[in-house]
Design a protein around this ligand. Structure first.
Ligand code: GLN
Length: 548
């Protein structure tokens, strides 16, 4: 029988529930158990594919093409859980299924209601998310306890716990102990109230994980236990990590969470949680002395979550190359206004994916600078498309070259709409999505990095390189080093004469793992590190905003 863990959050959002859930998955896997991971999101959008990254951060794409919440990225980076479209359900998806059934007449004249129809559909969704053969199914409930919109999800997990054998369900509640600087103390009241809200619904949390910036003073766990009806030893401290988010699983093991979970669920307790390679990775990260700095020139630069997987993948490249990777976040619009001064002293340029006009000319100018100065460049999706436009304009002399996405009437659409996209009018879930094969050209840089001839990468786009321009590009020194064998779509372009100039139509950041970095990120960081060593100017900007 599969055991279920439900993870809820209280007091405020952005507590790191996704990271904590992923860490719990990892702890169990490191005890030899198989897990499945799932996220339930209370918003009405059917999936986050239509939401702006400014609102919701990046859209994380799975192999099967599902556009999902970015927490699923944490799940894949920390665990081996196999994620597919049943790993992320929103209220919108649940409601649209129930409404479709109602229209078909499946409810045989009943009044369709939140309880039982919506809650039944949520329970079905939870069951569908259990990968066959796993020992533990972990379900994270998005939103904050007390929100109106998450109520049906909480009601459904309450009902499910009643239907499943006693002892097979564990409720974990993640909460915040705010620190009041003026009085110099941590406060438990918001936690008491949040647990009170859960208990009103009928859910008694088994484990409380308390996020805190200061260590919990002695006696605090006892007080929380008393007010929240949770055993004292089940009140766990999760301190803010100063160094790396990859410290979270280690911290939770040190707090004894792995043993509490296994004991409660009747899973083998005598096994040790083996985090040795993970601990070694963290130790090496601390020891790394070398540093390279990479500029990310993008549209959604203010919001760290908008390019979350890219920043993570860069840090994985750092792990592999034994260096720290500093990221300098530059808004593409600022680049347009201020120019190359913003790239002064960096060792690499990464232009990420995106949609829409804003900042595009800034990205193109930054790429021109990287191409001309030998600065390592990595373009992802729109970033690759911008590289193609830059090359067309400045190496091929096609001054009006552009992407048809932004200039549908342009005389040289080097990037144009994919054939099968022409008839599509609906925006949700209609892009070229998910994992597709990519054949690599022997002898190319891409081939050297991947060390295979056929790979598969995840996609999320409507526009592609226009194949009518392939010959003039090749004549100008471009190598098309990755092509989709089924549709002959350009997947990778590179400039062999440049130290590292690679543009990819797919999203390699989704497949990078801390202990198994993506080969292109690995190669890019290696090139940036080499650049930093040969970079005598050594100028380091004060704008560095993020250290991975
Ligand atoms: N907007 C571009 C397209 O649809 C790029 C998409 C992306 O960067 N994810 O092709």
């Amino acid at each position: 029988m599969v055991k279920h863990i439900f993870i809820t959050g209280g007091v405020v959002s952005s507590l790191g529930k996704g990271l904590t859930s992923a860490s719990i998955g990892m702890l169990l896997e490191r005890r030899g158990l198989a897990v499945s991971m799932q996220k339930l999101d209370p918003y009405i959008n059917v999936d986050p594919g239509t939401m702006s990254p400014f609102q919701h951060g990046e859209v994380y794409v799975l192999d099967d093409g599902s556009e999902t919440d970015l927490d699923l990225g944490h799940y894949e980076r920390y665990t081996h859980a196999r994620l597919s479209r049943t790993a992320n359900f929103t209220s919108g998806k649940i409601y649209s299924e129930v409404i479709a059934r109602e229209r078909r007449g499946d409810y045989l004249g009943s009044t369709v209601q939140v309880i039982p129809h919506i809650t039944d559909a949520i329970k079905e969704a939870i069951r569908a998310g259990v990968t066959p053969g796993v020992d533990v199914a972990i379900t994270e409930v998005g939103g904050t306890v007390g929100d109106i919109e998450s109520l049906p999800f909480l009601e459904a997990i309450r009902q499910l716990a009643l239907e499943l054998p006693h002892g097979d369900v564990l409720f974990v509640h993640l909460t915040l102990l705010p620190y009041l600087r003026a009085s110099g103390e941590l406060k438990t009241k918001p936690t008491q109230q949040s647990v009170g809200k859960l208990r009103e619904i009928g859910i008694q949390p088994d484990i409380l994980i308390c996020r805190t910036e200061q260590p919990m003073p002695s006696g605090m766990a006892k007080k929380i236990s008393l007010f929240c009806n949770v055993r004292e030893e089940f009140v766990i401290e999760e301190r803010d990590v100063g160094f790396s988010i990859y410290e979270v699983p280690v911290m939770l093991v040190e707090a004894g969470l792995d043993k509490l979970i296994t004991r409660h669920l009747g899973l083998p307790v005598e096994i040790e949680t083996d985090l040795s390679d993970w601990r070694e990775m963290l130790r090496n990260m601390h020891l790394n002395k070398d540093t390279c700095e990479i500029a990310v020139v993008g549209k959604y630069i203010e919001l760290h979550d908008a390019y979350k997987s890219i920043y993570e993948a860069l840090s994985h490249g750092g792990v592999k190359n034994h260096c720290k990777v500093k990221v300098r976040k530059i808004s593409a619009e600022d680049y347009l206004a201020q120019g190359e001064i913003l790239l002064e002293g960096v060792d690499g340029l990464l232009v990420p994916g995106g949609f829409g006009e804003r900042g595009i000319e800034g990205k193109i100018q930054a790429i021109e600078h990287a191409r001309k100065t030998g600065l390592p460049f990595f373009g992802i999706c729109l970033g690759m498309q911008c590289a193609a436009i830059e090359i067309a304009r400045h190496l091929l002399g096609l001054k009006q070259a552009h992407t048809a996405e932004l200039d549908p009437k342009c005389p040289d659409p080097v990037i144009h709409l994919m054939e099968d996209q022409r008839q599509r009018s609906e925006k949700g879930g209609t892009m070229r999505l998910g994992s597709m094969p990519c054949r690599l050209t022997p002898g190319s840089l891409a081939h050297k990095l991947y060390r295979v001839e056929l790979t598969a990468e995840r996609h999320r786009h409507r526009y592609e390189f226009n194949n009518t321009y392939r010959a003039p590009f090749e004549a100008a020194g471009v190598r098309f080093s990755g092509v989709n064998p089924e549709r002959n779509l350009v997947e990778i372009l590179e400039l062999p004469a440049h130290p590292f100039f690679v543009g990819v139509q797919f999203h390699p950041e989704f497949k990078s793992r801390p202990l198994d970095p993506h080969p292109i990120f690995d190669g890019f960081v290696a090139a940036a590190l080499a650049h930093s060593k040969g970079n005598s100017r050594g100028a380091r900007s004060t704008q560095t905003s993020h250290v991975t």
